[in-house]
Design a protein. Structure first.
Length: 82
């Protein structure tokens, strides 16, 4: 009985850990992009305010440009089984 409770607690902990990582890596930067755009770019009156969907697309576009420029490279390597 205690083993199941421990497993459930570990599952809850891992879920919260993953949600925290997503929040730190995705949600917070998107919120910062939206806040910065809406406070800095719209002050001149020439550019409209953006919503969270547009901020997400801007975040993805910048991430893709950084990846394509070669600043960050993602590699997956595997060694043959022994």
């Amino acid at each position: 009985m205690q083993f199941q409770a421990l497993g459930f607690g570990a599952a809850i902990f891992m879920t919260l850990l993953c949600m925290g990582a997503v929040g730190i890596l995705v949600v917070i930067p998107i919120a910062c992009i939206q806040l910065a755009w809406n406070s800095l770019m719209t002050s001149s009156g020439l550019l409209p305010a953006i919503n969270s969907g547009q901020a997400t697309l801007l975040y993805l576009a910048v991430a893709l440009l950084v990846y394509l420029s070669g600043i960050v490279s993602i590699e997956f390597k595997s060694e043959p089984g022994v």
